[in-house]
Write a protein that binds this ligand. Sequence first.
Ligand code: PA5
Length: 446
Amino acid sequence: MAVRLNDAYMKAFVSQKELEAIRPQVTCAHQLLHSGKGLGNDFLGWLDLPRDYDKAEFEAVRKAAEKIRSDSDVLVVIGIGGSYLGARAAIELLKSPLYNNLKKDTPDIYFAGNTLSAGYLDEVLSLCEGRDVSLNVISKSGTTTEPALAFRIFREWMEAKYGKEEAARRIYCTTDRSEGTLKELCDKNGYQTFVIPDDVGGRFSVLTPVGLLPIAVAGCDIGKLMEGAEAARQAFAEDDLTHNDSYRYAAYRNILSRKGKSVELLVSYEPRFAMMNEWFKQLFGESEGKDGKGLFPASAVFSTDLHSLGQFVQDGSRVLFETVISVKGCGKDLLVKEEPDDFDGLNFLSNQGMSAVNRKAMEGTILAHTQGGVPNLILEMDAVNEYELGFLIYFFEKACAVSGYLLGVNPFDQPGVEGYKKNMFALLGKPGYEQQRAELEAKLKG
Ligand code: PA5
């Protein structure tokens, strides 16, 4: 299996008896999910997506990616949350966090519309000066403020540079099939559109055109990505806690949260996982964090963060457990050479690859942290490639859905996200928010 759950270090924290005790609840969560009778059942399109995805749309995505690669130096991807994180995570993992700085025959890819920072947007604009640019605007609702504002500014920039017609040939929108402001704008201006299926929520949408178009532009094999996800769909289809690693992971998370572990730290030893960590945090944070419940999803890249968070993990309040992604091979290895004077005392590492050093750091840390009372679950991957990533994405999606049902929440909505938006609109004077504005301004004045 491309991703395996190693729970060898869990014995001191969770007994077999506890796993057996939660088995019926996992069965119940599985049945809710697969019968489509659970909460949020309008949003189960991701479940069979790796098998049932729209093949014609998939080919259109590939063609558009080819065109963008052939006529653009830069692709600007505008989106936020689920309409942003998956694509960026996949590109950084499969290519590199330094993707834009590498020598390559694919366009640079910049992400915008994921912040309201004017300074950041201005910097992206300046990176586009003098270069051929395409835009991929991604928003299911079409009304999210951050991407809508960025798109307004970029559309003007594109039209000034290319004129309306050529700009329209370089703007690709990924949005709802038939509704929303963005869809209307696409129809009016003749932008090519890709569909986010109605029954796939933002944070479960990386394997739709939301993620696939930018990932394909970066030169990744999206066919293999879907193959890996399909292998995971099959591997995790049965209600079997013993052999279904995705469900066993969900079960451990739930048991640990009931034992007072309120924070899950997703750990990797490769910087290229940093944005995957962010994708994971959104997936679990938005799915579980409601009704006063849910594990707080946090992340770290070790050994970097062992020099910042390491002290807390080893010795601080015992609220954490770790899920460690362990990858056998990841990128090129570098050999440590022998030096005649051994001035830094590192000759004992001579002729070893740096990856072996990294692995020993991981093994040593797992032992130290478990010794320090921090449960460690290990997710083992043999390699980093499209297939394994597709598998990993589906592994987490399925575990997340089952985790939500185990917790007794709707894993597919995100009502809490509206809170800040309402206040922001009111404070900005959006029509319809007059009373709220007065109340908030009074509060701000104290
Ligand atoms: O998971 C979600 O649903 C959210 O994170 C959305 O993806 C995010 O808010 C962006 O929404 P939209 O695609 O409608 O612009």
